[in-house]
Design a protein around this ligand. Structure first.
Ligand SMILES: Nc1ncnc2c1ncn2[C@@H]1O[C@H](COP(=O)(O)OP(=O)(O)OP(=O)(O)O)[C@@H](O)[C@H]1O
Ligand SMILES: [Mg+2]
Length: 350
């Protein structure tokens, strides 16, 4: 078994606020966990501690029931892929892939079999004699993956491995990495700041902010039941709309029409996802069209609702509307999320 467990991990660099603060999570063996969050939230620091490239100030790390907190990287049975794939330019694809095995002095009689398997799996068989400079970005990425896969380590750590690739290739590589992880039953911990990547690849997402775990959940629940305003805004494109409420909870701030039922007096903001809002002319709250963004399959309409600007909704096709036009917006009660003064969800909608 190769589950990875972090127990109250903290990393302090000098007098600065902790880069990682009391972070705990468990990655079950053979599953895919994404560490997600904005720049500087502690993703790489967390991954480097799991890899053994950095030591926690306090806390424990277990890999497959073994306390590895003080062990060097070579003794942790992990493989790693980083943003800069760091292929050796003077070595061929074959030599790049075999490099780690040679350094670790693994038995040479296995090289051909293992190389053959990896080359087949990653579609590199025709490229083994080329140098990295003779490969496309996606092919180089696959060589970097090949180095990780050939190690046959049960745990693989990846830090933003796709950030150098264009959008199309990223998409393909996401699927390839996920497919590979499932096929080989690898325990994967994958760092990204891209929420679409996290949502589409992960079994479990650890959302980090300021070195702390903001929410740890499966993608569905992270989307449907964000526990904080931060989580609500970080996941989804466009993000969840957050509308300020009047102090007595009777209406949206600046909106003449009260709710049928006032919301909790503790609620300060009402959250609704763009895809749950309908554009109507008869029912719902009055709004004014601020702008339109056409994306082919759908149009994002940006509106002002009472005192709230930048409220977005998604409508199918190419919506023709005038900027400044008066409309009404409606949404089902189940789609409503309420947040209190401190940004915590009071009641999650669906
Ligand atoms: N060696 C170091 N010495 C001092 N501070 C560090 C060191 N490494 C990281 N930090 C700080 O720790 C915090 C977390 O950094 P980290 O690299 O983990 O962020 P990240 O989430 O990976 O961000 P990004 O998305 O930009 O890669 C940052 O404030 C960073 O400045
Ligand atoms: Mg980083």
């Amino acid at each position: 078994m190769s589950a990875v467990i972090l127990e109250s991990i903290t990393k302090q660099y000098g007098a600065a606020p902790a880069a990682v603060s009391n972070v705990s999570f468990e990655v079950p063996s053979g599953t895919f966990t994404v560490l997600l969050g904005p720049s500087g939230c502690g993703k790489s620091t967390t991954l480097r501690m799991i890899a053994g490239l950095d030591t926690p100030t306090s806390g424990r790390i277990l890999i497959g029931d073994r306390d590895v907190t003080q062990l060097p990287p070579a003794q942790r049975r992990i493989s790693m892929v980083f943003q800069s794939y760091a292929l050796f330019p003077h070595l061929s694809v074959r030599e790049n892939i075999l490099f780690g095995l040679k350094v670790r002095k693994e038995p040479a009689r296995d090289y051909d079999r293992r190389l053959g398997y990896v080359a087949e799996l990653l579609g590199l068989a025709q490229l083994l004699d080329r140098k990295p400079a003779q490969l496309s970005g996606g092919q180089q990425q696959r060589v970097a993956l090949g180095r990780a896969v050939i190690s046959e380590a049960p745990v693989c750590l990846m830090d933003e491995p796709l950030s150098n690739l264009d959008a199309q290739l990223r998409h393909e590589m996401r699927r390839e990495i996920r497919g590979l992880q499932q096929k080989l039953g690898i325990t994967m911990i994958y760092v990204t700041h891209d929420q679409t990547e996290a949502m589409s690849m992960a079994d479990q997402v650890v959302l980090l902010q300021g070195g702390k775990v903001e929410q740890l959940d499966v993608p569905d629940r992270l989307y449907a039941r964000p526990r904080t305003e931060f989580a609500a805004r970080f996941i989804g494109t466009p993000p969840m709309n957050l509308m300020a409420l009047a102090a007595d909870g009777s209406r949206i701030a600046g909106c003449e029409i009260p709710f049928e039922q006032p919301v909790s007096p503790l609620a300060r903001k009402l959250g609704v996802r763009p895809e749950h809002i309908r554009l109507t002319h008869m029912e719902g709250v009055p709004a004014r069209v601020q702008g339109l963004e056409y994306f082919g399959a759908d149009t994002i309409v940006v509106c002002t609702v009472g005192e709230n600007t930048g409220i977005t909704l998604r409508v199918p096709g190419h919506l023709q509307a005038r900027v400044g036009e008066s409309v009404r917006l409606a949404w089902p009660a189940e789609a409503e999320h309420l947040f209190d003064q401190s940004g915590l969800a009071i009641r999650a909608g669906s």
